[in-house]
Design a protein around this ligand. Structure first.
Ligand SMILES: Nc1ncnc2c1ncn2[C@@H]1O[C@H](COP(=O)(O)OP(=O)(O)OP(=O)(O)O)[C@@H](O)[C@H]1O
Length: 570
């Protein structure tokens, strides 16, 4: 079914040659034309050239990491490679994790200082560098930040809000919470979530211990808070003693998506709340009274207290100890777009494969051109067809490939419902005709398809997702609501029933399969009038040749056609 590339040479057969009349011999052999060298592709510019062209220094100094790296977790408590402690290694072994993925091998030693003394939760005179990470979908970014956070927070004595993880959707918050809970089991670290799933008052009582006393240092019931930006804003503005001054980590996962969301200017508000306010000689902030021993102020905020601050003897300014960590499979490399984050001496880690024989310069060019790396275990196909044939083609592909664990993306909640109806109709028709068709046992089993979109109430969405995870639903037809971050290991196929509008969306959709080194297939059904746009999109991302053409002939659809026409008419 794959595209056969037409080959001009194949048009000439032996027979063609034998019937040609013999040509008259030329009196003298023709002089051969001189050979001109083919124009060569200019070499990728070096780092120095890129610096002269004005590329941000942080990007030039980025660490480019081979996605194929796998590191067996070294045994022992003193481990100069990963800096993980013995206890965490035992926990990982219990969870069946014996090796570290590429992104984890570089981030763990960077984020977990090797010497216990350097693991202080406050470092106001030497705050840590911020970190930006771009790594393919399913490459283990969650563990890459969860492990260092838990290792460092284990040293804490009192519960304060020390790690804030911001994610774009409620489903992702639940997923990341599960990862943290699994890793931190038995350590007494308190983990909370804020998504709006429960009433505001309930969330407040879960997050803050003292809602009535006016405390300078705030009060927290949780060490780690995982939340969506909207609900975070509600607590920042409406929950007494909800303070970000003790933050050691601020994680922005799916960073490019979150940076595009304005939500009451959430980022600016979070940054302002985690930084000490500037106070001039006249003390222009309201000084509060330190109430009890439970009111502890972070070192960088101690000038807010009505007592002489020891730091006034130093000329050096105290800074917040909060380290920002940005993650995405499609992280923007445009420093202008992440300027709003006010990054502190950022370090970039880019996990990307530049193909065989690629050198550092071409790796840099891929980085600058925002070419995103896909999982190496992913196989991609596109089917170009008429719009009216898409339901039939989709159904045909499901049957012929015995697809049972698929996520199907459509352009809207409405098309999600419609496709599920059509699919169920075709299923009924097939079962009605089963007596006449010789089918395999698999084909005869009923394929359970459900819609998952923002139209459904949150409770119903949760149930459907759980049923899909438990493989009680075989095909989940969804909008882009779950195209990012969701980790369901058994997804074998991702179908873009309606093509994605841009390359970022494509990368995240297809990344719901082929995760953590597993194999996966991605199919895009491209309407004829969209083909040019879709191919151009892939071409600009230097990805066109990775997506092979699949052809489905009219004949193959013929048996399904009568049922489908009946459905369309009624
Ligand atoms: N070292 C490891 N060994 C085995 N499995 C791992 C390891 N690290 C992560 N995983 C598993 O890999 C899967 C994908 O990880 P994760 O969800 O963190 O990917 P991601 O990089 O955040 O992807 P996305 O960009 O799509 O959000 C998860 O099921 C996770 O448990």
């Amino acid at each position: 079914m794959q595209d056969a590339v037409p080959n001009d040479d194949e048009a000439h057969t032996d027979q063609d040659i034998s019937v040609d009349p013999p040509r008259p011999k030329s009196p003298s052999p023709l002089a051969t034309l001189p050979r001109f060298p083919l124009p060569s592709i200019p070499n990728a510019p070096s780092k120095t050239e890129l610096a002269l062209l004005g590329l941000d220094k942080a990007l030039i100094d980025a660490d480019l990491i081979d996605p194929g790296i796998l590191l067996p977790i070294p045994p022992g408590d003193v481990d100069p490679v990963t800096h993980l402690g013995e206890r965490m290694k035992r926990r990982l072994a219990d969870l069946g994790i014996a090796e570290l993925f590429a992104v984890q091998t570089v981030l763990l030693p960077f984020l977990i200082p090797s010497k216990p003394l350097e693991r202080a939760l406050y470092s106001p005179f030497c705050p840590p560098r911020d970190v930006c990470v771009s790594a393919p979908t399913g490459s283990g970014k969650t563990l890459a930040y969860a492990l260092p956070i838990i290792e460092l927070l284990t040293t804490r004595v009192v519960t304060r809000l020390r790690a804030l993880i911001v994610l774009p959707t409620r489903d992702l918050v639940i997923q990341v919470r599960e990862t943290f809970e699994a890793l931190a089991k038995g350590r007494g670290i308190q983990i909370g979530t804020a998504t709006g799933q429960h009433s505001f008052a309930h969330e407040q009582s879960q997050l803050v211990a003292d809602l009535s006393t006016d405390l300078v240092g705030g009060s927290s019931r949780v060490d780690i808070l995982i939340c969506t930006p909207g609900r975070l804003m509600d607590h920042l503005n409406g929950t007494p003693n909800f303070s970000l001054q003790h933050l050691r980590f601020l994680v922005i996962d799916e960073a490019d998506r979150l940076l595009a969301q304005s939500f009451q200017d959430w980022l600016a508000q979070v940054l302002a709340a985690s930084r000490p306010p500037k106070v001039d000689g006249q003390q222009n902030v309201n000084l509060k009274t330190l109430h009890s021993s439970s009111d502890a102020v972070a070192p960088a905020f101690s000038h807010l207290l009505p007592y002489p601050d020891v730091s006034t003897f130093y000329t050096e300014r105290k800074e917040a100890s909060c380290q920002k960590l940005l993650f995405s499979a499609t992280l923007t490399r445009d420093p202008g777009r992440i300027a709003a984050l006010d990054l502190r001496n950022p370090k970039y880690f880019i996990v990307q494969g530049s193909g065989k024989g690629a050198d550092e310069s071409s790796g840099m060019m891929d980085l600058v051109m925002e070419k995103f790396t896909m999982p190496s275990t992913l196989t991609e196909h596109m089917v170009v067809c008429e719009a009216s044939q898409k339901p039939l083609i989709f159904y045909h592909l499901v049957l012929t490939h015995s697809v049972v664990n698929a996520l199907v993306f459509t352009k809207s909640a409405e098309s999600t419902t419609r496709l599920v109806q059509l699919f169920n109709f075709l299923e009924q028709a097939r079962h009605g005709a089963a007596d006449h068709v010789q089918s395999s046992a698999t084909l005869n089993a009923n394929i359970i398809v459900r819609a998952y979109s923002s139209d459904l109430p949150a409770g119903e969405r949760k149930t459907i997702l759980e049923q899909f995870k438990a493989q009680e639903i075989q095909i989940l037809v969804c909008s882009d609501l779950i195209s990012r971050g969701i980790d369901i290991s058994h997804v074998s196929h991702v179908v873009s029933y309606d093509v994605p509008v841009d390359m970022r969306k494509y990368v995240h959709r297809v990344g719901r399969t082929a995760r953590a080194g597993r194999k996966g297939d991605a199919w895009s059904l491209v309407e004829e009038q969209e083909a040019r746009y879709f191919k151009n999109m892939l071409k600009e991302a230097a990805h066109l040749e990775n997506v092979k053409r699949l052809r489905v002939g009219e004949k193959e659809l013929n048996s399904l056609l009568p049922h489908y026409q009946v459905k369309i008419i009624f």
